[in-house]
Design a protein around this ligand. Structure first.
Ligand code: NAP
Length: 256
């Protein structure tokens, strides 16, 4: 065992895919994994949307490539994994981060709204796990970091459908963690609380007073987290440092 702190978090030689890495939490995690030494596939819905994260990683002196796909399309998740495997020869780390969130009471959601959230959040997770886990297992090492939400255990009515997909996503992570537990592959969920990203921008910009009041009760710290505050936990879950942890949830909420 090498006890130097950098060695257990070192991702040199590892290849990672981060979905939804064009902005927000995914972009910060992609940069964090690259900073720890991984070659990173930056996913977004378009080539243009991936450009700024790729450029930031290149500016850091690390390697990044773009991969594109709309995850509401069934089997797109499998395609993404196949692209990374073909281009890099292996995929060691999968960060399932992209998600769709349509805020409305359940009765007001259209069938399209429901299918869209289920496909992006749940169906694509199943597709990516089915495509990546057998290969990681065959190679004897793999890390899956699934981005959940505090809504997966404390749902609010306005996010009912989104919260249900996050709870189901974690259930999948747990069952696959158990199935692959003796193969060197671990799967865990990182569940953020309120984080300052585009997802919350309209509330922050259009209702500043409501936003301030919301922050005061959102968590014990009374503020939104930053995307950079997600990076350390993601690198931990993606590295050797978390080798005896699987099927668990790491919550980063500012106190909840
Ligand atoms: N922000 C929060 O307060 C918060 C709290 C708890 C959990 N989370 C979770 O954290 C993760 C990241 O959230 P965020 O706030 O950073 O998100 P965000 O800023 O809204 O960014 C969403 C990302 O997902 C991609 N994406 C959206 N729809 C997609 C689709 N149909 N197919 C493929 N990619 C798609 C986007 O790609 P393009 O840029 O190409 O559109 C973008 O990279 C999500 O899983 C979210 O549920 C966030």
């Amino acid at each position: 065992m090498n006890y130097a702190p950098n060695s257990v978090f070192d991702l040199n030689g590892r290849t990672a895919l981060v979905t939804g890495a064009s902005r927000g939490i995914g972009a910060a995690i992609a940069k964090g994994l690259a900073g720890a030494g991984a070659q990173v596939f930056v996913h977004g819905q378009t080539q243009a949307s991936t450009a700024s994260t790729i450029e930031a990683i290149h500016d850091m002196g690390h390697t990044a490539h773009g991969v594109v796909g709309d995850l509401s399309t069934p089997l797109m998740g499998q395609e993404l994994i196949a692209t990374c495997e073909a281009q890099a020869g292996k995929l060691d780390i999968l960060v399932i981060n992209a998600s769709a969130q349509i805020n409305a009471p359940l009765a007001d959601l259209t069938d399209e709204d429901l299918s869209f959230q289920i496909n992006v959040n749940l169906r694509s997770t199943i597709d990516m796990l089915r495509a990546s886990l057998p290969l990681m297992s065959k190679r004897g090492w793999g890390r899956v970091v699934s981005i959940g939400s505090i809504n997966q255990f404390g749902p609010k009515p306005v996010v009912t459908a989104y919260a249900a997909t996050k709870a189901a996503q974690h259930n999948l992570i747990q069952s696959q963690a158990r199935e692959y537990a003796q193969t060197g592959v671990t799967l865990n969920t990182l569940s953020p609380g309120l984080i300052d990203t585009d997802r919350n921008a309209s509330k922050k910009v259009n209702e500043p007073e409501g936003w301030t009041a919301y922050l005061a009760t959102a968590n014990w710290m009374g503020r939104a987290g930053t995307v950079d505050e997600m990076v350390g936990a993601a690198v931990f879950l993606a590295s050797e440092a978390s080798s005896f942890m699987t099927g668990e949830v790491l919550t980063l909420s500012g106190g909840y």
